[in-house]
Structures are given as structure tokens and as C-alpha cells.
Design a protein around this ligand. Structure first.
Ligand code: GTP
Ligand code: MG
Length: 205
């Protein structure tokens, strides 16, 4: 176990800018890590948990809240690590309408294929089997060779026994190798922060 002195903490966190597409994204001046996952999985909430802030990233119980590519700057201590987290619009939000969905898909695809990234955080709702879109995203990430951290969200909504089952199930469905990070998180219980920050700082070493 880490001593308090070694405990990783986000000591500074700020919103930088929102961009509707890759062309309008800011120049890349720091290591960047993108957050991908279906609408409502908890991407924006996870940023707030990590930074110990309530409303740094806007969240909503209605899917489709994040519609732009949002950049956040984080400084992590000890180690003075600086990085930008990029909150992306979620995939699989059928109510958004075909035109908007395809606009988001294009913005996300352009971003993920053309922006040099240090890593991708792939979020999966612990309550459900990974969807076809989750599996497609996983396949694409593996093909791109970008390092990935898989994160199971909302584990507080499961019973203890079911958490272990879901963990096993997601690892099998997404073919997650042993030694590859697959972290259990819960925003209300602040679960998973240390493991998450350790994996995050590993990505930018
Ligand atoms: P989009 O921006 O629409 O793509 O969604 P998102 O992935 O950013 O999800 P968001 O963070 O807005 O969270 C969606 C809903 O899930 C909100 O009502 C959150 O409060 C809730 N939520 C997120 N994480 C957790 C969690 O760990 N546990 C529980 N119980 N609820 C969570
Ligand atoms: Mg969001």
C-alpha cells in the first residue's frame, strides 16, 4: 500500500476549451488521453471524480449531454505530471437523430484516428454486457495500437458478487489480457481513483 506521501492526487484541474471537430481543436502542447464510451456511461462524471470537483465536466442523467470535444488540463502530484484529458461525446445515442449522430461519429473518428494520443480510457457500464459498439470500439483501439485503460463504471449499482462476475465477463467479452488495466470505479463511492491515477501516469511516462 502507498503511504500518504506517495498517494497520487490531482492538485490542479481546469477546463481548457471545447471544440466541435478536429480542425478546431487546440494545438497539442501536453500528453493527451481521450475518454471514449457510450452515452451516459459516466465519462464526464469520472473526470469530476478524479479531480475531486462537482461540475468541472458537465454531467446529466439524460444521455447525449457532451456534444463537443472538451479539453481539461490536470496536474498530478507527486511527480508533477501534466496531461490533458479529452472528454468525447458518447456513442450509441439513438435519440440524437441520424444527422447529429453521424456528425458526432465523424468528429470522434477524426479525433481518434488523427490526433496523436498517449492513451484511451474506454468506459464500460458494469451493469451490462459490452454492446456491439463497445466491442467495435475495442477492436478499433487494439488495431490503432494506442494504449488503453478499460474502466468499469457504476459498480456501486451492483451487489458485491455481481461486481466480480461483471469484471470477469467484461474481460472475456473484450478480450482483455492479464496485466492489462481493467479498473472498477464508482463515482458516489469514490472507488478506483488511486488505481486509475497510477495507470494514467504510467501512460505518460
Ligand atoms: P454523455 O456526455 O451523454 O456521453 O454521458 P457521460 O458518459 O458523460 O455520462 P455522465 O458523466 O453525464 O453520467 C451519466 C449519468 O450517470 C449521470 O446521472 C451520473 O450521475 C451517473 N453516474 C456516473 N457515474 C456513476 C457512478 O459511478 N455511479 C452511479 N450510481 N451513477 C453514476
Ligand atoms: Mg459527458
Amino acid at each position: 500500500m502507498n503511504s500518504t506521501k506517495d498517494t497520487l492526487r490531482v492538485v490542479e484541474a481546469s477546463f481548457i476549451i471545447s471544440a466541435p471537430n478536429l480542425k478546431l481543436c487546440p494545438e497539442q502542447d501536453l500528453p493527451e488521453i481521450a475518454i471514449a464510451g457510450r452515452s451516459n456511461v459516466g465519462k464526464s462524471s469520472l473526470i469530476n471524480m478524479l479531480c475531486n470537483r462537482r461540475n468541472l465536466a458537465k454531467t446529466s442523467s439524460t444521455p447525449g449531454k457532451t456534444r463537443l470535444i472538451n479539453f481539461f488540463h490536470l496536474r498530478i502530484e507527486p511527480g508533477d505530471a501534466h496531461l490533458n484529458l479529452v472528454d468525447l461525446p458518447g456513442y450509441g445515442f439513438s435519440k440524437a437523430g441520424k444527422a447529429i449522430q453521424s456528425e458526432w461519429r465523424k468528429a470522434m473518428q477524426d479525433f481518434l484516428t488523427q490526433r496523436p494520443l498517449k492513451g484511451i480510457l474506454h468506459l464500460i457500464d458494469a451493469r451490462h454486457d459490452p454492446s456491439d459498439l463497445d466491442i467495435q470500439m475495442r477492436e478499433w483501439i487494439l488495431h490503432s495500437k494506442i494504449p488503453v485503460i478499460t474502466i468499469l463504471t457504476k459498480v456501486d449499482k451492483l451487489k458485491q458478487n455481481d461486481i466480480a462476475k461483471s469484471h470477469k465477463n467484461v474481460k472475456a467479452a473484450l478480450d482483455i489480457q492479464s496485466g492489462e488495466p481493467c479498473i472498477l470505479t464508482s463515482v458516489p463511492k469514490k472507488r478506483g481513483i488511486q488505481e486509475f491515477l497510477l495507470s494514467l501516469t504510467d501512460l505518460i511516462k
